[in-house]
Design a protein around this ligand. Structure first.
Ligand code: MLT
Length: 331
């Protein structure tokens, strides 16, 4: 029994059916999020990326009306955690927090199952912080020049803790060696957090570490700070000299953190998530906590997917030739 529908009625139904996915998508974005969202931190708990993730997640919850669960998926200098998001469903419920190391360096030195730029949708930059050159408390060196001399005298045994081969802290160490003519052993950890525990315990000698991770320990007097890898001093720690002032001019390294979603995540969901990031970076409490950790927040007009995409692309074009020429290989 075939039901013959009047032509106009048939065309209306067909059009409505065709529009269904779009309507569903808009409805989905309007309701998004309807359940908790996961933010994947590719490094160990307690480190700089984890600390920044938790500050963001806590305040973004108010804007999104849903909890953001922070999950640490660690290993291989962050490639495992970032890979998890690259494979995740593009439905808005899995966020990648990362930085220069995870989304630029790793793309040049690791054989990855994903592309650090093409497999992600940019959401927004979060903040930038320089590195601090820090040492265990009992190190005899009183300033950066004495530290360089001590490293040269102890070339056979000196160690630097890193967050993994290829991590920001490791590449910074390679850059430091090339600028100072020093050689020391790299000791990889699953993040700067566990590395810092061993520095405080005196198990390793130095770190070149994000201000977000080192500043609390410097303030507690449990480690020594020798210099900040920037041309200007940190507002949060004006007593620490710049590398230029300390005699290693130009050793400038800044680590920018950002948020991404899996490729194909609907634009309206990205827009909603970006809105929550913007609210958070405007929030006095969140800004104060980020500033205390030496974080520089980008201006409002740069808190958008387009600026992140442009920054990300430019950093890849700048650093990949350098890293490939330096023949640093991921392990
Ligand atoms: C971390 O959170 O452990 C750091 O972001 C790692 C790094 O310095 O690359």
């Amino acid at each position: 029994m075939v039901m013959k529908l009047p032509r106009r009625r048939f065309l209306h139904l067909a059009a409505a059916a065709a529009a269904l996915p779009a309507v569903a998508r808009v409805a989905r974005a309007q309701d998004y999020p309807t359940r908790p969202v996961t933010m994947v931190v590719p490094y160990a708990a307690g480190g700089p990326t984890d600390t920044i993730a938790r500050i963001m997640a806590e305040r973004m919850r108010a804007s999104l009306g849903q909890v953001i669960i922070v999950e640490n998926t660690t290993g291989a200098a962050g490639t495992i955690g970032v890979g998890r998001v690259a494979r995740a469903a593009p439905d808005g419920y899995t966020i990648s927090i990362g930085h220069w190391g995870t989304h630029v360096v790793n793309g040049a030195i690791y054989e990855l199952q994903y592309h650090v730029f093409n497999d992600f949708e940019p959401v927004s930059l979060i903040a930038t912080n320089p590195q601090l050159i820090v040492g265990r408390k009992a190190l005899p060196a009183k300033d950066l020049q004495e530290l360089i001399a001590w490293l040269k005298e102890n070339v056979a045994t000196a160690t630097q803790g890193t967050a993994g081969h290829g991590s920001a802290s490791h590449v910074s160490g390679v850059y430091f060696q090339s600028k100072t003519g020093t050689q020391f052993q790299f000791v990889p950890y699953r993040g700067a957090g566990p590395a810092m525990q061993d520095l405080v315990a005196g198990q390793i000698d130095i770190m070149i570490d994000q201000a977000a991770n080192s500043l609390p320990q410097v303030r507690a007097g449990t480690i020594k700070a020798y210099a900040v890898t920037d041309k200007t001093r940190l507002a949060a720690a004006p007593e620490i000299p710049t590398v230029d002032e300390a005699g290693v001019p130009g050793l400038h390294i800044s680590i920018w953190h950002a948020l991404w979603m899996p490729k194909g995540t609907p634009k309206d969901i990205i827009t909603k998530l970006n809105g929550a990031v913007v609210d958070t970076l405007a929030d006095a409490g969140a800004r104060k906590r980020l500033a205390e950790l030496g974080q520089e927040i980008p201006p409002r007009e740069d808190q958008n997917p387009q600026t992140l995409a442009a920054t990300h692309k430019a950093e890849i074009e700048k650093w990949w030739p350098i890293l490939k020429a330096a023949n640093i290989k991921g392990e």
